[in-house]
Design a protein around this ligand. Structure first.
Ligand SMILES: Nc1ncnc2c1ncn2[C@@H]1O[C@H](COP(=O)(O)OP(=O)(O)O)[C@@H](O)[C@H]1O
Ligand SMILES: O=P(O)(O)OC[C@H](O)CO
Length: 509
């Protein structure tokens, strides 16, 4: 049975790495209905990860329709719709047929390593960082566009003739929602554009020189807009019937959306999201801080024509996916939640440290030649110790990011707001507070990513007046306070750092 709810509501679409979901929120930021659908992960070769963007668009339509049915809501109840998305995942489509010309290349994919090395060199690295805030790494979108144009027959010619459009998932979803081949708007927002290696962080425009150097024709790129404004209205297609005329009014990369949903609106406020990977972002306000410690400088959000708010980001490629690996590849647990029970069956890690450098190391190292290591093995070590080491890996990686943030920003970490699937693990959250030596707090609404997109879409249509209205919705559900002897913390951290060194230089050029 479906309840019938009466709006006004805001709908948010989260197009994520493993699934797409739609959540409908009320004015208090409470969830009215959720629908979710997973899509296929395609692994054509070691290190390659792809998605079928047509399947994703179909799933997005299904979950929007599903959430509307579950909410018992009608078109009049939905004031606007917001988009948030897995970032960097890159696709090209034909603007006449509306069809993707190749599978999307996912953010985790390492195929552009060689291209990045060719474009790089020490001096080069400095320049990319200075202008775009990013190191030249396979993670980002620009090199993925160049790879598609150079490796799929005929694509470069079609791109230069103006037949192809590039997008991260925000652009693809917005273009389809607003009419597709019949006049869909081709836009992206500043947060997604800041993950391409192609946008100037200062003026928030495409950097023509870098695009030329990377081999990306300007005509494929979308217009860069703010994160909170009306881009167009829902038109045509199956959703045209269901949501015709509803404004599409926000776009934010998922990690920036979580920063927004956690209401980190003041300088120095930080959040960390624990999903497939982990991403910690700290609001640095209108100030662009160029990291000296391996963090990314990125756009946090921009509301309409207000000044942009920047953020420092520490990106960790493998955290929840290590738990999945223990379950699916090793068969040591049956469900992700079981890792906590297994880890709690022993007192400590038994001397084992697990550095999951499965696709190299992201922040703060940016080393594509690193590969995973379990260090400190003896006959004493059991699968329960490994389970502990798996959970501890997530906390230590966060500690390294937090150290870098403290160094770059000059501010202490007062507390860390957390969200994401792994935060249901109490053992991990306590260990995190212990190694950070700071409280860790989780809000009532754990779906902060969708909430952030809904907030930005609601602000754009006057559903909420300003960010202070939104702060009032944030409520604490759980808090973990540090309880570890500092000597133990220091000794364990030293061992972790030693284990990290063992991963470096494994993969030959
Ligand atoms: N109790 C748990 N302990 C540890 N990890 C968990 C637990 N529950 C879920 N996870 C991990 O969290 C991830 C899912 O979180 P989610 O926020 O949905 O991720 P994403 O949005 O990246 O798909 C999975 O990688 C899973 O292994
Ligand atoms: O879809 P998620 O939650 O795994 O997030 C992926 C990040 O946006 C990658 O940068």
């Amino acid at each position: 049975m479906t309840d019938t709810h009466t709006g006004p509501f805001i709908a948010a679409i989260d197009q994520g790495t493993t699934s797409s979901r739609c959540i409908i929120f009320d004015r208090d930021g409470r969830i009215v209905a959720v629908d979710q659908k997973e899509h296929e992960q395609i692994f054509p070769k070691p290190g390659w990860v792809e998605h079928d963007a047509a399947e994703i668009w179909k799933n997005v339509q299904d979950v929007v329709a599903g959430a509307m049915v579950k909410a018992g809501a009608s078109r009049e109840d939905i004031l606007s719709i917001g988009i948030t998305n897995q970032r960097e995942t890159t696709m090209l489509w034909d603007k006449r047929t509306g069809k993707p010309v190749h599978n999307a290349i996912v953010w985790q994919d390492t195929r552009t390593d060689v291209l990045c090395k060719k474009l790089g060199g020490d001096a080069g690295q400095d320049r990319w960082r200075r202008e775009t805030g990013l190191p030249l790494a396979a993670y980002f979108a620009g090199p993925k566009i160049a790879w598609l144009l150079d490796n799929v027959d005929g694509l470069r010619e079609r791109a230069e003739a103006g037949d192809l459009l590039f997008g991260t998932m925000d652009s693809w979803v917005i273009w389809n929602l607003t009419g597709g081949v019949n006049g869909g708007v081709h836009v992206t927002d500043v947060t997604n554009a800041s993950r391409t290696l192609l946008m100037n962080l200062e003026d928030l425009q495409w950097n023509e020189e870098i695009a030329a150097e990377m081999g990306v024709p300007l005509q494929v790129l979308p217009e860069i807009r703010s994160s909170s404004e009306v881009y167009g209205t829902v038109t045509g297609g199956p959703l045209g019937g269901l949501l015709a005329g509803v404004p599409v009014a926000s776009a934010l990369g998922d990690q920036q959306a979580a920063l927004f949903g956690q209401t980190c609106f003041s300088v120095g406020e930080a959040k960390s999201t624990y999903g497939t990977g982990t991403f910690m972002l700290m609001n640095t306000g209108p100030k662009l801080i160029h990291s000296e410690s391996g963090l990314l400088t990125t756009v946090g959000y921009r509301i309409g024509d207000q000044d942009p708010v920047y953020a420092l980001e520490g990106s960790i490629a493998v955290t929840g996916s290590l738990v999945q690996w223990m379950r699916d590849q090793m068969g040591l647990i049956k469900t992700a939640a079981e890792i906590e029970t297994l880890a709690m069956s022993v007192e400590d890690n038994g001397g084992a440290y697990f550095v999951p450098a499965f696709s190299g190391l992201f922040a703060p190292y940016w080393r594509s030649d690193a590969r995973g290591v379990i260090a400190g093995l003896t006959r004493y070590v059991t699968k329960a110790h490994i389970a502990r080491a798996v959970l501890e890996a997530t906390a230590w990686q966060t500690r390294e990011i937090s150290d870098a943030m403290i160094k770059d920003s000059g501010d202490d970490l007062v507390a860390l707001k957390v969200d994401g699937g792994m935060t249901s693990n109490n053992l991990l959250m306590q260990f995190l507070a212990d190694v950070l030596d700071a409280p860790v707090v989780r809000p009532m609404v754990a779906e902060t990513t969708c909430l952030g997109a809904a907030y930005a879409a609601g602000l754009a249509v006057g559903f909420w007046d300003n960010v202070e209205d939104l702060r009032a919705n944030w409520r604490r559900a759980a808090e973990w306070t540090p309880d570890m002897d500092s000597e133990v913390r220091d000794r364990e951290y030293k061992n972790w750092l030693k284990a990290v060194q063992r991963t470096m230089g494994w993969q030959d050029e």
